[in-house]
Design a protein around this ligand. Structure first.
Ligand code: 5GP
Ligand code: MG
Length: 474
C-alpha cells in the first residue's frame, strides 16, 4: 500500500490574489491535515510558482513567500498522512512539465488499485518521484493517447479505483474531479468572478466566497482563467458512497458537505444516541473538541446539564516528543485537564465521537475517575469501528481497532467505564436522514465496502460482538 491520506484541497481561479486566498483557505482546512502544506500557482508565462512546507500552514508561509506565488490560478493542499514518513517528495501539490504543458495536482483520498497501477506503470518505464498514490494519476494522464486534457482525465477516471477529490492545474485551467462514489467532499464557491474549489465550505466562508454547490460524484469541473465553469459528467455514478466518518469526525462542524450542515448532523447523532442508551446520570460532558456537538445533542435530548468536564490545551501539536520513559503517558494530560467541580461526586456521561484504538479513552476515563466522578458512562456518537478504511481515512490496521478485537463488554472493561454504549448503525442511518443514508459508505463499521478493496474479506461482524446490543455495563 502506498500512502493513505486524509487531506484538504483548495483551488482558486481568476483572482490576482490567488495565493493569498489559497493560503487562507488552507488555514480553514488545517484540521484535514497538519503534517505538511503546499501551494502552487501559475504565472503569466505559464510557469509554476510553488512553496511546500512541513508542518502547519501558519508556520510555513511568510509574506515574502506568498508574494512570490504570483498568478491568478493556483491550488493548495494540506496533508495528514501518518504513513511513509515525512518525505518532502510526498508533499503536494505535485507539479510536472509534460509534453502538453505544465501540470500540478492535489489529491484528497486514496486509490485502491494504486499498487497494481504503479507496478504496471513502472514496468512500462515510468519513474516515480514519490511514494504517493497521487502521482499515478499524473503518469496515466501523460501516457494517455487522447488529444484533449479533458478526454485524458476521463480516460484516467476509468482506470483508477477508490477515493479521489482532486484538483488538476493545467496551464491556465483548473479541473476539479470527484470519484463516482463521492467518498470525499468537494465544494464549489464563487468570489466575485473568481471560482473557488475546496474540500469544505468552511474554507469558502473564510474568504467570503459564496457556496454554489458540490462537485457531483463522477463529475469533472473545468474552470477557465476568467472563472468560467463547465461541467462534464465523466463517469456515471452508479452508487454514491459518501464517507460516514466525515460527518462523524473529520469535517468541521461549521461546514456544509454531503448536503448537510455537519453541526446539526452531529447534534442529531447525539440525540439519537441518548434515546438509544440513556442512563441515570447527573451531568453530560464532552471529550473536546470532536465530541462537543454530539454531547450537546445528547444533553438536550435527556435534559441533563452539559458541563465543561475537560479543558483542552490548544497549543499541543499532533505529534510531540515524550521527554523520557519515566514520565511517559503525559500524552493525554498534556492535551486535556479535568475540571473538578464538573466531575466530583457525580455520575458522568462522557460523550466522544468515536472509539478507535481505545488508548486515549483509557487515559481520559482514568483522569475523570481521579477527579472524583462516581460513575462514568461512556457514550460514542458512532458505531464500533471494526474495519479499516481504504478510501482515505487513516484508520489503523484491524488488529489495532479495539472493536475488531473485543465485544462491547470487553471494551467497557478495557477503557474502565461503568457502562459503554455506541450509536447503532440504524441510529447513524437515521441521523444521516431518510433517502440520504443509502448514499453513505459504512465500510469501517460493517466491512461492506462499496468497491472491492481486494484485501479484507467481506465478512459481517458476528452478533456476539455486540453482546447486549451495542451497550454494556449498567
Ligand atoms: P481512542 O480512545 O480510540 O484511542 O481515540 C478516540 C479519539 O480519537 C476520539 O476522540 C476521536 O475523536 C479521535 N480520532 C478519531 N479519528 C481520529 C484521527 O483520524 N485522528 C486523530 N487525531 N484523532 C482521531
Ligand atoms: Mg476526539
Amino acid at each position: 500500500m502506498g500512502l493513505r491520506e486524509e487531506c484538504g484541497v483548495v483551488g482558486v481561479v481568476g483572482d490576482s490574489e490567488a495565493a493569498n486566498l489559497i493560503y487562507l483557505s488552507l488555514y480553514a482546512l488545517q484540521h484535514r491535515g497538519q503534517e505538511a502544506a503546499g501551494i502552487v500557482t501559475i504565472n503569466k508565462e505559464g510557469k509554476f510558482c510553488g512553496h511546500k512546507t512541513v508542518g502547519l500552514v501558519g508556520d510555513g508561509f511568510s509574506k515574502e513567500t506568498l508574494s512570490k506565488l504570483v498568478g491568478r490560478v493556483g491550488i493548495g493542499h494540506n496533508r495528514y498522512s501518518t504513513h511513509g514518513g515525512r518525505m518532502l517528495q510526498n508533499i503536494q501539490p505535485f507539479s510536472f512539465s509534460t509534453a502538453f504543458g505544465s501540470l500540478a495536482i492535489a489529491h484528497n483520498g486514496n486509490l485502491t488499485n494504486a499498487d497494481t497501477l504503479r507496478k504496471q506503470l513502472e514496468e512500462e518505464g515510468s519513474i516515480f518521484q514519490s511514494t504517493s498514490d497521487t502521482e499515478i494519476f499524473m503518469h496515466l494522464l501523460v501516457k494517455s493517447q487522447k488529444n484533449s486534457i479533458l478526454s485524458r482525465i476521463v480516460e484516467v477516471m476509468g482506470k483508477v479505483k477508490g477515493a479521489y477529490s482532486l484538483l488538476l492545474l493545467a496551464e491556465d485551467r483548473l479541473f476539479a474531479l470527484r470519484d463516482p462514489y463521492g467518498f470525499r467532499p468537494l465544494v464549489i464557491g464563487r468570489r466575485g468572478r473568481a471560482a473557488v474549489i475546496a474540500s469544505e465550505t468552511c474554507a469558502l466562508d473564510l474568504i467570503d466566497a459564496e457556496f454554489e454547490r458540490e462537485v457531483a460524484p463522477g463529475e469533472v469541473i473545468e474552470i477557465h482563467n476568467d472563472g468560467f465553469i463547465k461541467s462534464h459528467i465523466a463517469v456515471e455514478s452508479q452508487r454514491k458512497a459518501f464517507c460516514s466518518f466525515e460527518p462523524i469526525y473529520f469535517a468541521r462542524p461549521d461546514s456544509q458537505i454531503f448536503n448537510e450542515e455537519i453541526y446539526s448532523l452531529r447534534k442529531r447523532m447525539g440525540a439519537i444516541l441518548a434515546r438509544e442508551s440513556n442512563v441515570d446520570a447527573d451531568v453530560v460532558i464532552a471529550v473536546p473538541d470532536s465530541g462537543v456537538p454530539m454531547a450537546l445533542g445528547y444533553a438536550n435530548e435527556v435534559g441533563l446539564p452539559l458541563e465543561l468536564g475537560l479543558v483542552r490545551n490548544h497549543y499541543v501539536g499532533r505529534t510531540f516528543i515524550e521527554p523520557s520513559q519515566s514520565i511517559r503517558d503525559f500524552g493525554v494530560k498534556l492535551k486535556l485537564n479535568p475540571v473538578g467541580s464538573s466531575l466530583r461526586g457525580k455520575k458522568v456521561v462522557v460523550v466522544d465521537d468515536s472509539l478507535v484504538r481505545g488508548t486515549t479513552s483509557v487515559k481520559i476515563l482514568r483522569m475523570i475517575r481521579q477527579a472524583g466522578a462516581t460513575e462514568i458512562h461512556m457514550r460514542l456518537g458512532s458505531p464500533p469501528i471494526t474495519y479499516s478504511c481504504y478510501f482515505g481515512v487513516d484508520t489503523p490496521e484491524r488488529s489495532s481497532l479495539l472493536a475488531a478485537q473485543r465485544n462491547v463488554e470487553e471494551m467497557r472493561e478495557f477503557i474502565g467505564a461503568d457502562s459503554l454504549a455506541f450509536l447503532s448503525t440504524e441510529g447513524l442511518r437515521e441521523a444521516l436522514g431518510n433517502g440520504n443514508s443509502e448514499n453513505y459508505c459504512y465500510g469501517c463499521f460493517n466491512g461492506d465496502y462499496p468497491e472491492d478493496v481486494g484485501i479484507v474479506p467481506r465478512k459481517q461482524p458476528t452478533d456476539d460482538q455486540g453482546g447486549p446490543g451495542l451497550r454494556a455495563g449498567l
